[in-house]
Design a protein around this ligand. Structure first.
Ligand code: NAG
Ligand code: NAG
Length: 197
């Protein structure tokens, strides 16, 4: 069932935005500036108040990559450099991906969620340009260390932050409670988990 997704190519248009009239597919024409992106499965994204955007996706190697664009495609965004975020060894093939950021004018924080090959709910954290990204086995602050196991085969994953940002929730199907969704919540002081009830 995933082979069609493997063949999916998500095009990032950088030059044809002005002519991309809704409802007229002939107006969307590949341009010399087109940047091909080939996700193998799920894609998540965040933007800050300027429209500066980060797109997270798993490519055919199994790694999770970051693509940036300075603004919405239709508003003249230009492509930022590609960056590899999570090594394939830490990522379940066809994992769902969720991401949150702060509602600010510059990127001060981001959090990205996905499943490991052992079905562990996993997190990478970005805390600013100085510290960059942290995640993987060495990240003691990451949700990953909680060892929360999701139901095998589940594709449910969502994340949301409130205005305090250090307070956020991640929803998933727990292996221990597969009949409903569960949420892990961080109120800034630690993690708690509860099923929908
Ligand atoms: C759709 O695109 C074609 C080809 O560019 C153009 O001739 C036509 O006027 C467009 N139609 C609308 C409704 O924009
Ligand atoms: C999940 O289920 C698949 C198919 O039954 C199995 O091959 C795989 O080992 C399971 N993964 C885990 C982590 O249990």
């Amino acid at each position: 069932m995933f082979f069609t997704q493997l063949l999916t190519v998500l095009y990032v248009f950088t030059a044809v935005r002005a002519s991309a009239l809704l409802g007229n597919s002939t107006a969307v024409v590949p341009s010399p500036n087109l940047v091909p992106i080939a996700p193998m499965g799920n894609v998540a994204s965040v933007q800050i108040t300027t429209g500066d955007t980060r797109i997270f996706y798993q490519d055919s190697t199994g790694a999770i990559l970051i693509r940036g664009v300075t603004a919405p495609f239709l508003s003249g965004g230009t492509v930022r450099a590609i960056q590899s975020l999570v090594p394939a060894s830490q990522v379940l093939p066809y994992t769902p991906i969720a991401a949150i950021t702060t509602n600010t004018a510059t990127y001060t924080a981001m959090r990205v969620y996905f499943f490991s090959r052992e079905n562990v709910l996993s997190e990478y954290i970005w805390t600013g340009p100085t510290t960059g990204w942290t995640g993987g086995p060495s990240c003691t602050k990451c949700l990953t260390t909680q060892g929360i196991v999701v139901q095998n085969g589940s594709e449910v994953l969502y994340a949301m932050a409130n205005t305090a940002f250090n307070q956020f929730r991640v929803g998933f199907i727990s292996a221990g409670q597969p009949a409903t969704i569960s949420e892990v919540e961080n109120l800034g002081s630690g993690w708690g988990v509860a099923a929908y009830a």
